[in-house]
Ligand binder design. Structure first.
Ligand code: PLP
Length: 461
């Protein structure tokens, strides 16, 4: 760790003693002191006091422009008035029934109006719906195996806990990656059925279909890979991937848990003009409440309608969350809102690029819809193996330097990206850019110094 980075870490610790203490206490009862492994980072995570609009306060009272936004689940921003009103009204009526109430159809209609699907089932998290989407594909095709992309994240269940962050020495041939199980406790029989392909590489997928003829039920893909910060599909890649998948009798699953409520009005389906066999939605569709959905054509969903495939959940379509979801679709995820956020994102991306050019930083900013990221890599990342070599120390320096100056530029970890909410303003973006312009010369100097010592990219973790 170099001195400028050490200084930023020391400053972070000086500004946030209460977060430090809260984390110390939490660790006595909660493993690593957090409820989701991603939330931990060294030396300790910020603990949040409150959030409103585009901003949050930590428990030391420091204010931040928030581009973490719960890992992209808050396109609505904090406490969006229309969502709050709907939820407050629903709280007066009932919070949980475990019985149908009519809002299922209302929200399913809203989803089917904007995505190319005909029937919807709801859940509470992205993990849940990607898990059920795979079961759906297996039920329809009668096959077991699936293909996922190397570096892709679709939640925490066993079938996709493979090659999420595989390491050098494990991950094998870049064109024919070795599947690497990413957690202890994953059932071998389940993970053995998961095959891994590099993103943006059709030949690799075709080869897997040849090697496992008539055994593959589905290809699951995140249309823009956002578990490696921000990685765009090549022109035409998604359409061709869908075609290859269908040609081989498998289902094309688009995991739009992140893109669905943030990339465009009709998600990646609209943005890239591609139609999935099964669609997964989550995060931002709930406006700050835990809502997720999987959806497909009538004929695919028929296995559930015929009660051949089981899907259930006590909290599914709980009325509080459904009220939030309906308000979100009607008042937050509007065409005007996507236009507003997309304009802000262009402003942010352009500003980053200008500062990068001016300071000679090696890297680039990439983004679309509400998301983007600063990538410390000399050219556009096309897959996990490219991303694997981003400079982690410089990124860490960037994150703490921005955070110490009141801008949470994105969630911690360099595999994440920023989100802009409908409640962010031009002023927020300009403040963000001002802080970046302030710290960028220091980053460029550190980068140059490190380049003279060793190659770009450290990958210590
Ligand atoms: C693309 C994608 N799919 C699925 C998930 C899992 O969603 P959840 O954390 O709500 O279970 C995530 C979470 O980050 C995700 O990014």
């Amino acid at each position: 760790m170099y001195p400028a980075l050490q200084n930023e870490l020391a400053n972070y610790q000086k500004r946030t003693p209460r977060s430090h203490d809260a984390h110390q206490r939490a660790m006595s009862r909660v493993p690593i002191g957090v409820a989701s492994n991603y939330r931990y980072y060294p030396p300790y995570p910020l603990f949040v006091r409150d959030g409103k609009g585009s901003r949050i306060h930590d428990i030391d009272g420091n204010e931040y422009i928030d581009h973490n936004l719960c890992y992209g689940a808050l396109f609505a921003g904090h406490r969006h008035p229309a969502v709050m009103k709907a939820v407050e009204e629903q709280l007066q009526v009932g919070t949980l029934y475990g019985m149908p109430h009519g809002m299922e159809l209302e929200l399913a209609d809203l989803i089917c109006e904007r995505f190319p699907v005909e029937m919807v089932r709801f859940g509470n998290s992205g993990s849940e719906v990607t898990m059920h989407s795979l079961r759906l594909a297996r039920s329809v095709t009668g096959r077991s195996k699936i293909i996922k992309m190397e570096g892709g994240y679709h939640g925490g269940h066993d079938a996709i806990s493979v090659s999420v962050k595989p390491k050098e020495g494990q991950f094998g041939d870049p064109d024919h990656p070795t599947p690497v199980v990413s957690s202890a406790g994953v059932l071998k029989g389940t993970s053995d059925a998961t095959l891994v392909a590099p993103f943006n590489n059709l030949t690799a997928v075709e080869r897997l279909f040849d090697e496992h003829r008539d055994q593959i039920a589905a290809v699951i893909v995140e249309p823009i890979m956002m578990n490696i910060a921000f990685c765009m599909p090549d022109e035409g890649y998604l359409q061709q991937l869908a075609a290859v998948t269908r040609k081989n009798g498998a289902m094309f699953i688009m995991d739009e848990v992140k893109t669905g409520g943030k990339l465009a009005y009709g998600g990646a389906c609209e943005y890239f003009n591609v139609k999935p066999d099964i669609l997964c939605l989550g995060k931002s569709i709930g406006g700050g409440f835990s809502l997720a959905a999987f959806a497909a054509s009538r004929s695919v969903m028929d296995v559930i309608a015929q009660q051949k495939m089981f899907h259930a959940g006590t909290y599914n379509t709980n009325p509080t969350v459904m009220a939030a979801g309906i308000a979100t679709f009607r008042h937050v995820l509007t065409r005007e809102a996507f236009e507003h956020v997309s304009k802000l994102n262009t402003r942010l991306l352009d500003g980053y690029q200008q500062t990068i050019k001016k300071t000679g930083l090696i890297g680039y900013a990439d983004g679309a819809g509400a998301n983007g990221a600063l990538m410390f890599y000399p050219h556009r990342v096309r897959n996990y193996r490219d991303w694997y070599h981003v400079d982690e120390d410089i990124w860490t320096h960037y994150w703490f330097a921005m955070t110490n100056r009141g801008v949470l530029p994105q969630p911690y970890w360099w595999d994440e990206q920023w989100t802009i909410s409908v409640q962010h303003t031009e002023k927020d973006i300009d403040e963000h850019l001002q802080v970046f312009a302030e710290i960028a010369p220091g980053l460029a100097a550190a980068q140059e110094e490190r380049m003279t010592v060793g190659p770009l990219g450290t990958h210590a973790s």
